[in-house]
Every structure is written in structure tokens, then in C-alpha cells.
Write a protein that binds this ligand. Structure first.
Ligand code: NDP
Length: 296
């Protein structure tokens, strides 16, 4: 049976490490990290993520700057707020909650975030540096960083291993594959246009699987190489009449089957999810340390 990687427990450990560092910064420089979260409109899912992020900041002594804008706000106004936050010395990280309403150009807004405050790691320059040999981005995107942190804290070595990433989105699949490559894995990416038989055979050969397709239980236990490390990013809601809510969350991997074959596996929920916000807090701390230490 696989070792089940407890994302909640790992996240808790990292959060207490962050809280210690925040205290040290405050004692030494009289300053604490600050994270600004910009949210446009009132999508329920976005509001709930943002609430989680703000509460997590409060728990660790990180200052939260809340910019809540109405759905009909103009693109220029969102950018004006980003510029203001770029100039605010108490803000060390800026996060614009995605998706933005259709009339606002997401790429344009994200490009305006100061590179030194891009705690989501989505600025094209940060992604570009992630893709280049011998260059280091200032920030790594949170979910891919969470995947690698879970592997390293579970003692899974990456160097020289065959890894597959299922999915190639800008926020998870692509940066996860670049991070694995930087960590010296031999990386293959499969996506919706990969043939079913290729997807299956490539996964069968992988020592490390990062699943981020958003397809409930698409990866079967029989596809997993015995002993492989399986990180399941997928978060899919499926009908479950036995639950009061009427649904439950499952990953992209059939956990029941795969946990009998894999060496390590993350559950959904309770795997990558709790780690993603934790990596955002860690990025904010790293940004603050760079900024405060440089200016003192
Ligand atoms: P996207 O929908 O943006 O991307 C999905 C990717 O999977 C695409 O590249 C798509 O290919 C690929 N894909 C779709 N179907 C298949 C298939 N049958 N076989 C192989 N590849 C396939 O999703 P995200 O990357 O934003 O998120 C992926 C999943 O991770 C979702 O379930 C999301 O909820 C979850 N998530 C979880 C987070 C967490 O913290 N736990 C954070 C972020 C996301 P193509 O490019 O060809 O369309």
C-alpha cells in the first residue's frame, strides 16, 4: 500500500515555520510581510478562496490588504490599483484573483504586477526564467511549488526520474513540468490531444505522476507503475446523494485503485489543496525578506 501524503499536516508544519520567520522579521526590523489580494466581482468560488487566503494571513501575522472591486470596474481602474500596490512599501505580494470578468484582459493586468511582488509567479518574466536553464524566477507558481514541496518533504528523489505531467495549463501543468525539469527529471507532458493509448503507456512508465487534468478519476490504478509517487492536483466535484451537500470532491486519479500500487499518493481533498495557499504565504514571506533585508 502507498504512503498517503498528508498535505494538511505538511502545510501545518510549513505554516508554523513561516510564523516563526514572520516573528523574527518583526523583532529584527519592526516590519511584517504584507499580501494584497485584488478580487473583482462576486463569484462564490473566488470569494471563498480569497477568504481562506486572508484568514491564513491573519493566522500567521501577515498583513492583508483587501481590494474588493465591483464586477463592472474598468480594466484601467484595476490596473490603477495594481500600480498603487506596486508603489506601497508595506505590500510585498500582490495577487489578482482569477478569473477576471470577460471585459478585463487578464494578461494585461498580470503583466502590470511588479516582478518583485508577483507572489503567484504568473508574470511572463517569472515563467520565462523558470523555463530557462541557469535562470531563477523570483517566485514559483504556488500549486506546482506545492507539488514539488510534497515530493521533497516525503523523501521522493526527482533527479534522473521519469516524470509525467497530465495537463498543460499556464497555472498548473506547464509550470509543474518546468519545475520537474529544473529538478533534473526526464519530463513528458500529456494533454487532451494526446491519444488515450499514449497517455496510458506514458503514465505506466513514470516514476512520478503529477495529475492536473480536471477529469474525475481518469487515471486508473492499472496505469500506475508500482512504487511511483502520485501527486493528484485534480479537484473534481461528483454527485453523491449520500452527502448532505449532494456532492463530493475526487481527484484525477482513482485513489482506491492507485493507492494499492503507488509508493506515495496524495488524497483529494487533503493533499495538494491545503499546500497551495501555504505556498502563497511562503512566497509572500520570501518577497518580504528580500525587500526588507535589501532596504535595511
Ligand atoms: P485547465 O482546465 O486549465 O487545464 C486542464 C489541462 O488538462 C489542459 O491542459 C487539458 O489539455 C488537460 N486535459 C484535459 N483532459 C485531459 C485528458 N483526458 N487527458 C490528458 N489531459 C487532459 O485546469 P487547471 O490546470 O487550472 O486545473 C487542473 C485541475 O487541478 C482542476 O481539477 C482544478 O480544479 C485543479 N486545481 C487544484 C488546485 C489545488 O490547489 N489543489 C489549484 C489549481 C487547480 P488541453 O491543454 O489540450 O486543453
Amino acid at each position: 500500500m502507498a504512503t498517503v501524503i498528508d498535505g494538511k499536516a505538511v502545510a501545518q508544519t510549513i505554516r508554523s515555520e513561516i510564523a516563526d520567520e514572520v516573528r523574527l522579521l518583526s523583532q529584527k526590523y519592526g516590519k511584517v510581510p504584507g499580501l494584497a489580494v485584488v478580487i473583482v466581482g462576486n463569484r462564490k468560488d473566488s470569494e471563498s478562496y480569497v477568504k481562506t487566503k486572508r484568514k491564513a494571513c491573519a493566522d500567521l501575522g501577515i498583513n492583508s490588504f483587501d481590494i474588493d472591486l465591483p464586477e463592472e470596474v474598468s480594466e484601467a481602474e484595476v490596473i490603477r490599483h495594481v500600480h498603487e500596490l506596486n508603489a506601497n512599501p508595506d505590500v510585498h505580494g500582490i495577487l489578482v484573483q482569477l478569473p477576471l470578468p470577460k471585459h478585463i484582459n487578464e494578461e494585461k493586468v498580470l503583466t502590470e504586477i511588479s516582478l518583485a511582488k508577483d507572489v503567484d509567479g504568473f508574470h511572463p518574466l517569472n515563467i520565462g526564467k523558470l523555463a530557462m536553464k541557469g535562470r531563477d524566477p523570483l517566485f514559483l507558481p504556488c500549486t506546482p511549488k506545492a507539488c514539488l514541496e510534497l515530493l521533497s518533504r516525503s523523501g521522493v528523489s526527482i533527479k534522473g526520474k521519469r516524470a509525467v505531467v497530465v495537463g498543460r495549463s499556464n497555472i498548473v501543468g506547464l509550470p509543474a513540468s518546468l519545475l520537474l525539469l529544473k529538478a533534473d527529471a526526464t519530463v513528458t507532458i500529456v494533454h487532451s490531444q494526446t491519444s488515450q493509448s499514449d497517455t496510458e503507456s506514458i503514465i505506466r512508465e513514470a516514476d512520478i505522476v503529477i495529475a492536473a487534468a480536471g477529469q474525475a478519476k481518469m487515471i486508473k490504478g492499472s496505469w500506475i507503475k508500482p512504487g511511483a509517487a502520485v501527486i493528484d492536483v485534480g479537484t473534481n466535484s461528483v454527485d453523491d446523494p449520500t452527502r448532505k451537500s449532494g456532492y463530493r470532491l475526487v481527484g484525477d486519479v482513482d485513489f482506491e485503485e492507485a493507492s494499492k500500487v503507488a509508493g506515495w499518493i496524495t488524497p483529494v481533498p487533503g493533499g495538494v489543496g491545503p499546500m497551495t495557499v501555504t505556498m502563497l504565504l511562503k512566497n509572500t514571506l520570501e518577497g518580504a525578506k528580500r525587500n526588507i533585508e535589501q532596504n535595511n
